[in-house]
Write a protein that binds this ligand. Structure first.
Ligand SMILES: [Zn+2]
Length: 402
């Protein structure tokens, strides 16, 4: 509840790293608290990353684990002046947020809350998000550090703590120093429902389709002028309406999604994101899109096209499948904590998908954060406690199996 009161909103329009200096306000607090626990090497670097070590308590050679969470909150909803409210022993009744009584958290909109009756629920007050995404993850890791330092009889290998900025704007691992981190396997604490374990994300490309036209004085343009905007519009009209889009797909289906369109007579472009769980399918989506662009261009003789593909991130499952113990040990830890693990796929990317391809296989563990990026965001204290318990078991499983 202290951490969410620190405004750490990131800003996609800022080229700086971190994108907003205020993210360091929380990171500095975390470093001080870690030092207060006796973790002397806790440090905040110039880019806004916090690194710290929980030393090993075993003589065995155990792979170094990294537990990771992000300090920033989403730009889509205000994070200024967050006033957290603790609702003890939640009854299942509607939660009316006092600073804007039109914001009501109900079990109808949030069916997961039904499973949390009897828990202590934290919400914001109605005018801001809560920031449980991902300060729940931060708090879980801080509590774990405190617990392991206070209980050295629990056997585990070296654990590296990593708190990142700018996850919400897709730049969370842009400046992470993998050498300095020195970890073998990682886990992000940024998932939702209890018992969910996320080891699969989309693979993602960005595509820009450009149409080049030919300009001429409109009074004397007959037979000369070719309008790029008209070609781009014809192209957009060829996109199917009932399939192949975010609004018509779910579960394991991929899509093609126009995000931005701009144009003048001479040049018009459309920016797409391309998503699929199966990486080779990206090329099929792109080929289909390219054909539509060529078809549209052919209707406007003189138009030329460009098709620019940029890789964004890849499905972490490709890496996790090569290191099956990362998921298997997590599942064992879930079971020891009394849960039946549920493997889930994320229709998006995580810092973990990027870290996995940077040499740190890194699935995502639940935190209880729900209704994220909105004023209806909430988290169960008991879910967070369950996550801490899971991390303790996880460190022990890695030590035992080493
Ligand atoms: Zn998050």
């Amino acid at each position: 509840m202290r951490y969410v009161q620190v405004d750490t909103q990131s800003d996609p329009a800022s080229p700086a790293q971190p994108s907003t200096e205020k993210q360091k306000d929380l990171s500095r607090i975390l470093v001080e608290e870690l030092k207060g626990m006796g973790i002397a090497d806790a440090e905040l670097d110039e880019y806004g990353y916090v690194y710290a070590t929980i030393p090993a308590t075993t003589d065995k050679q155990v792979p170094v684990l990294c537990y990771c969470a992000h300090v920033d909150t989403a730009p889509d909803c205000s994070g200024t002046g967050v006033k957290p409210i603790l609702h003890r022993n939640y009854t299942g009744a509607d939660i009316v947020l006092p600073d804007d009584p039109t914001v009501v958290i109900t079990t109808k909109d949030h069916p997961y809350l039904q499973q949390r009756i009897g828990d202590d629920i934290i919400t914001a007050s109605g005018t801001t998000l809560l920031g449980a995404d991902d300060k729940a993850g931060v708090a879980i890791i801080m509590d774990l550090a405190q617990y392991l330092i206070a209980n050295p009889q629990i056997k585990h290998g070296k654990i590296r703590i990593l708190f990142t900025p700018d996850e919400e704007i897709g730049r969370g691992v842009a400046k992470v120093d993998m050498q300095k981190l020195g970890a073998d396997f990682g886990y992000t604490l940024d998932g939702g429902e209890r018992a969910h374990l996320e080891g699969e994300t989309f693979s993602a490309d960005a595509v820009t389709v450009v149409f080049h036209g030919i300009s001429a004085h409109p009074g004397y343009a007959k037979g000369k002028l070719v309008n790029a905007m008209k070609a781009a519009s014809a192209f957009m009209n060829k996109l199917p309406r009932n399939e192949w889009s975010p609004e018509t797909t779910e579960k394991m289906q991929g899509f093609v999604h126009p995000m931005h369109m701009e144009g003048v007579l001479e040049k018009a472009s459309v920016q797409f994101i391309i998503r699929d769980f199966d990486t080779p399918q990206l090329a099929h989506h792109e080929e289909r899109l390219r054909k539509l662009a060529i078809e549209a261009a052919a209707e406007f003789p003189g138009i030329t096209t460009e098709f620019i593909i940029k890789e964004q991130y890849r499905n972490m499952k490709e890496i996790l499948d090569q290191n099956p113990q990362v998921m298997a040990h997590a599942e064992e830890a879930y079971r020891r904590a009394g849960m039946t693990p549920e493997r889930m796929s994320i229709r998006g990317g995580t810092d973990g998908s990027r870290l996995s391809f940077m040499g740190l296989p890194c699935p995502n563990i639940f935190t209880g954060e729900m209704g994220i990026h909105s004023k209806q965001e909430y988290v169960s204290v008991q879910d967070m406690e369950k996550a801490v318990e899971t991390l303790v078991y996880l460190a022990q499983v890695w030590e035992e199996k080493a």
